[in-house]
Design a protein around this ligand. Structure first.
Ligand code: SF4
Length: 224
């Protein structure tokens, strides 16, 4: 039953045009392209979630990257943030390979669902408040359908705040890397800095820190 609901939701998401600024941006990026990907056909549409519909763990990011998910059509695929995330998920035994380059690369996952608060690549990786509030409906519906989800890994404060809002968790504890918060609906969220280049290049987030956050979230998903 959840498989059918998720497929219907995916169709709805990939056809969405509710945010004029993001529709214009995602399509412009897909038309102009980055020189390194000039021979590729960009996805250029909202990016659906990816994963195991029976997952106990849900990874929540901010939004697809302009030349990552907006190019490949899969979350955290084809960019450096994805390189870090999939390596960590592979080490935790949740993915069959440590890299994800395109939608036909053979990646398979078990026990994890990878999604984002906003489904279209935003300029500067910064959706407006209105765009966030418009798109979060899709995350809300995923969370309703993913009946086995028991823990979240929030990649960045944006994802963490969205999860707290959706679950009406008040007061909201402060975001800090490694924090483990029990949401109002009884599920757990582990906070991690986002594996953006801004964090990984500066050493704010190391691979060990991300591995530890994934491990903590897996443990909570398994024990709850
Ligand atoms: S960001 Fe979300 S709500 Fe806005 S157009 Fe994209 S899919 Fe639709």
């Amino acid at each position: 039953m959840s498989e059918g609901a998720l497929m219907r939701l995916e169709r709805e998401i990939t056809g969405c045009r509710l945010c004029p600024r993001l529709v214009q941006w995602r399509e412009e990026v897909a038309a102009v392209k980055r020189a390194a990907f000039a021979d590729e056909e960009y996805w250029g549409r909202p990016v659906p979630a990816f994963g195991d519909s029976r997952a106990g763990l849900v990874v929540v990011g901010l939004a697809p990257a302009a030349h990552g998910g907006n190019r490949t059509g899969r979350m955290f695929t084809g960019d450096r943030s994805g390189d870090w995330l999939w390596a960590a998920l592979w080490k935790a035994g949740l993915a069959n390979q440590p890299v994800s380059r395109d939608r036909g690369d053979g990646l398979e996952v078990s026990g994890v669902w990878v999604t984002a608060v906003v489904r279209c690549a935003p300029p500067g990786n910064r959706p407006t408040t209105e765009e966030r509030d418009t798109c979060v409906r899709y995350l809300a519906r995923e969370l309703e359908v993913l009946e086995d989800a028991r823990a979240f890994l929030a990649l960045g404060g944006f994802a963490y705040e969205a999860l707290c809002r959706l679950t009406r968790t008040r007061p909201r504890p402060s975001f800090s890397h490694g924090a483990q918060v029990r949401l109002a609906d009884g599920r757990w969220v582990v906070c991690s800095y986002h594996p953006s280049q801004q964090n990984t290049f500066t050493g704010r987030l190391t691979r060990e820190m991300l591995d530890d956050a994934v491990g903590a979230a897996v443990a909570l998903a398994n024990e709850a």
